[in-house]
Design a protein around this ligand. Structure first.
Ligand code: CP
Ligand code: NVA
Length: 301
């Protein structure tokens, strides 16, 4: 029996598999734009379980699956027995018996781990409180499209030590770049992960220090999904961590700005940076589609 591959964090694929996947995503994007039809997933189904809101993730997975010739099922807790307390291990066995691949966006990372443990088909983490690996595929792909390779570059993460930050930490190791993290005191990334990725990371509480001479500046919302009640407290704590023109000026000349979106203009990023020349956020968002098509192909075809 072959073991089922899952994509719960970037560490589930080898460095070489990740690099191949990024190149494949670029090819699939070019082919799609040339109207080349590629439908290896006919009669295959992707189950999409969403416990949290989404625009990009839902549109990209559903569209990507359709473009590959398959079908996507949108499952929300309101409409399934998951929302009424059906155990994860039961739902996983049932859903994976009828579908070919499963994508989950939820709160606790342990939920996707448990789902994967009981699933007979590949499970993709489409965001948990701890990681958002699909976003990193699109982000690295975008950097590669623009600059050829991210290896040896310096990336500055400015903001919360959250799920996106954790995935950037994994990416630093998997794609061999250096990550400067600037966050307010008390909002550091997970301490165990910090130790594991120490070789690739510099932690500071000063945004300017992190961005100085960097090739890529990344931020994210100050309050993630599930932290809405902390918004006001966080606005105070993160006041010195806005990515604005003054901060971007400290990066390298050809540095780009990324944000997984949705963005809060005037909070973690200024309107001028988000809409400015260095911002690649729309290309980054579009690349979710192409990167995840490559991921689905890798896991299923
Ligand atoms: N970046 C991202 O995952 O966006 P959504 O929350 O809209 O899916
Ligand atoms: N850190 C954000 C990312 C949204 C795509 C959140 O978890 O809400």
């Amino acid at each position: 029996m072959t073991t089922v591959r899952h994509f719960l964090t970037l560490m589930d694929l080898s460095k070489s598999e990740l690099n191949t996947l990024i190149q494949r995503a670029i090819t699939l994007k070019q082919d799609w734009k040339k109207n080349i039809s590629y439908t290896p997933l006919q009669q295959r189904t992707l189950a999409m379980i969403f416990d949290k809101a989404s625009t990009r993730t839902r549109v990209s997975f559903e569209t990507g699956m359709m473009q590959l010739g398959g079908h996507a099922l949108f499952l929300s807790p309101q409409d399934t027995q998951l929302g009424r307390g059906e155990p994860i291990k039961d739902a996983s066995r049932v859903i994976s018996s009828m579908t070919d691949i499963i994508m989950i966006r939820t709160f606790a990372h342990e939920t996707v781990e448990e789902f994967a443990q009981y699933s007979q088909v590949p499970v993709i983490n489409a965001l948990t409180d701890d990681y958002h690996p699909c976003q990193l595929l699109a982000d690295v792909m975008t950097y590669v499209e623009l600059h050829g390779s991210i290896e040896g570059k310096t990336v500055a993460w400015v903001g919360d030590g959250n799920n996106m930050c954790h995935s950037w930490m994994n990416a630093a190791q998997q794609f061999s770049f250096h990550l400067n993290i600037a966050c307010p005191k008390g909002y550091e990334p997970n301490a165990v992960l910090m130790e594991q990725r120490a070789e690739y990371i510099t932690l500071t509480h000063n945004a300017k220090e992190a961005v100085l001479n960097s090739d890529l500046v990344v931020t994210d919302v100050w309050a993630s999904m599930g932290q809405e009640e902390e918004q006001q407290k966080r606005e105070i704590a993160f006041a010195d961590f806005q990515v604005n023109d003054e901060l971007m000026a400290l990066g390298n000349k050809d540095a780009v700005f990324m944000h997984c979106l949705p963005a809060h203009r005037g909070e973690e990023v200024s309107e001028t940076v988000l809409e400015g020349k260095q911002s690649v956020v729309w290309q980054e968002a579009e690349n979710r589609l192409h990167a995840q098509k490559a991921l689905i192909e890798f896991l299923v075809v």
